[in-house]
Write a protein that binds this ligand. Structure first.
Ligand code: RIB
Length: 297
């Protein structure tokens, strides 16, 4: 069984579905409200587990009602929480999300996620050493992201850096990642480049292999040489929240099959994930991804 370690955030998502996004100073009536588990780290862990991987999550929640609910949900997905701490006197992370016409707007309050420490990474060293791949995103302290990249690199374990939410990062950090997986907007921020620059050119200047997500249009990937496209799968979109997380998880789970195949499977998994409301609501199981791939040749 593929072993994946995820280092990242755990949030309670407070999701409002509405006909459109609200403007500054405006009040509108929404259609539906949901409290559902989320957070990029937790989402990637759940997606990888549903795709059949053995998954451990390094993270933090508050020792509060949301925290208890989030941990129960993760445990029910068979995710190892040995290295996920529950902090007293600290709230769990939250994300206020508006979903309108399949698109979303998100405000994250990191809370406990701001206390995922480098010490937790050191404590998880034996676990990381046994992993086939490590996934890390940027809703936790950057020093912890750096520690994850350095440890993975030292141990020879591939680390996939999902640079979301995006910040400019030192070139040296990017060289430690096996793959970096931004969307077009994140790639420009990550490199401190002009967002209007052609993404294929930016991909050629990224100091490590890059897999670029393009939503419904699929993905582009570049190990060396020119970037190559992987078209997206046509699906009806209910909620795209968590599609990027599903993509990253699938990329990690299927990495051993080679980059082109893992990117194709990641596009298929991400397409399936947008069919239901909530980040984790539509995350597919392995058989659903295989069925989509069979149907589409
Ligand atoms: O990637 C989607 C996630 O971003 C949401 O679940 C939300 O919690 C934010 O972290």
């Amino acid at each position: 069984m593929t072993r994946i370690v995820v280092v990242g955030s755990i949030n309670m998502d407070l999701v409002t579905q509405a006909a459109r996004f609200v403007g500054p100073g405006e009040t509108i009536l929404g259609e539906r409200f949901l409290t559902v588990p989320g957070g990029k780290g937790a989402n990637q862990a759940v997606a990888a587990a549903r795709l059949g991987a053995e998954v451990a999550l390094v993270g933090a929640t508050g020792n509060d009602a949301f925290g208890r609910q989030l941990r129960q949900g993760l445990a029910a997905e068979n995710i190892d929480l040995t290295h996920t701490i529950a902090l007293d006197d600290c709230a769990s992370g939250t994300a206020s999300i508006t979903v309108a016409n399949g698109e979303n707007q998100i405000i994250v309050v990191p809370a406990a996620n701001a206390h995922v420490t480098t010490a937790q990474i050191e404590q998880a060293q034996a676990l990381i050493a046994r992993a086939d791949a490590v996934l890390v995103q940027m809703e936790i302290p950057l020093e912890t992201v750096e520690a994850t990249l350095r440890l993975g690199h030292r141990l020879g374990v591939p680390v996939i850096l999902n640079p979301a939410p995006a910040q400019k990062l030192p070139t040296e950090w990017l060289k430690l990642a096996r793959y970096v997986t931004p969307n077009q907007h994140e790639l420009a921020i990550l490199l401190g480049a002009d967002p209007a620059e052609d993404f294929r050119l930016l991909m050629q200047h990224t100091p490590c292999p890059v897999v670029l997500t393009r939503g419904a249009e699929g993905a582009w990937y570049r190990e060396e040489g020119d970037p190559l496209p992987q078209p997206g799968f046509k699906v009806d979109v209910v909620d795209s929240t968590g599609a990027g997380d599903t993509f990253n998880a699938a990329l990690a789970v299927f990495l051993h099959e080679g980059l082109p195949r893992s990117v194709r499977k990641a596009c298929a998994a991400a397409a399936l994930s947008v069919g239901k409301l909530g980040a984790q609501g539509g995350m597919p199981e392995l058989r659903e991804v295989e069925a989509l791939l069979t149907r589409t040749g």
